[in-house]
Design a protein around this ligand. Structure first.
Ligand SMILES: [Zn+2]
Length: 304
């Protein structure tokens, strides 16, 4: 499985001429999801030729405006464009009364069903499950309730060792269970351990989105060994006090999280509008976790 990510916005707080507020588009083998929906997300979708009609679900991390003020507009446009299919929205408590109120006051009767899922931002659990992958919440440490999201491919079946299938005369019908990790009992009653019959499967792909948050070690087990981590790095290292006051992270703090979690790749975003050039943030992070890249609006990457 691979996850193709398009960054639609990676700025914090207020939009600038060079950076939109947070939003990311995920293409998981033809299924499309949105994480966060800051103001202007619609125009970014148009700019990068991504079709809003394809979206199956939208995940909102928290209720600061730079992460969801684009959502009512996006839903409204889907309505005007004749969407019929239901749309799933995952977000913190408080989001859904806001949306209902907006559509009520504007006398907008949506032509499609909004299926709401309130995310408990204080625990980690499975929000969405498909045959191939699941989405798990990541409780983040921010000024208001906030959740990150881990997109994780389900474990792949174990690989059978053909020579041992032959040696133990394992019938075809028994092989599926062995691939799932079960032991095998031969016709003579001998139990052969699964570890002897199989090899480890290829690793599963995972992508963790952690924004907004102060550095928090309690999430390390959840994002452990992720294929890629997107972590906010709102400030350069010299503004560590400001980061602490506002429950954000500096470049080095984000990189330390990546190192602790032993992820393969770190992407940084959610940059303060005071930085037009974010090279210093990337350099500071690379000193701790070398496999780091800053993103920018329109930046794409594959998690695979
Ligand atoms: Zn925030």
């Amino acid at each position: 499985m691979s996850i193709h990510v398009t960054v639609l916005g990676c700025g914090s707080a207020t939009p600038t001429s060079f950076r939109n507020p947070s939003s990311q588009w995920l293409d998981i083998q033809g299924e499309h999801y949105l994480i966060d929906c800051g103001e202007g997300t619609q125009t970014q979708l148009l700019k990068f030729k991504l079709r809003m009609s394809k979206l199956k679900a939208i995940f909102i991390s928290h209720l600061h405006g730079d992460h969801f003020f684009g959502l009512p507009g996006l839903i409204s446009s889907m309505h005007l464009m004749g969407r019929k299919e239901k749309l799933q929205i995952y977000g913190p408590e408080g989001l859904f009364p806001i949306l209902d109120s907006i559509f009520h006051c504007s006398q907008t009767e949506l032509r499609f069903h909004l299926e709401y899922f309130v995310v408990d931002t204080f625990k980690s659990y499975v929000l969405l499950e498909t045959p191939k992958f699941e989405v798990i919440s990541i409780p983040l440490k921010h000024r208001i309730p906030c959740s990150g999201f881990l997109f994780r491919e389900k474990p792949k079946p174990r690989n059978l060792r053909p020579e041992l299938m032959k040696f133990y005369n394992v019938p075809i019908y028994a092989r599926k269970k062995i691939k799932q990790g079960n032991d095998f009992t031969s016709s003579s009653g001998e139990v052969i351990q699964n570890s002897k019959l199989t090899l480890d499967p290829a690793r599963s792909v995972s992508y963790a989105y952690c924004s907004d948050t102060a550095p928090d070690e309690s999430i390390i087990p959840i994002i452990d060994s992720a294929t890629a981590l997107y972590h906010e790095a709102t400030f350069e290292d010299n503004l560590i006090d400001r980061a602490e006051q506002t429950f954000h992270s500096t470049a080095s703090q984000a990189a330390s999280q990546a190192k602790l979690a032993n992820v393969e790749k770190l992407y940084l975003g959610h940059f303060s509008s005071r930085y037009r050039d974010t090279k210093t943030i990337e350099n500071q992070a690379c000193a701790i976790f070398p496999n780091t890249s800053n993103v920018h609006d329109g930046f794409t990457f594959d998690v695979m």
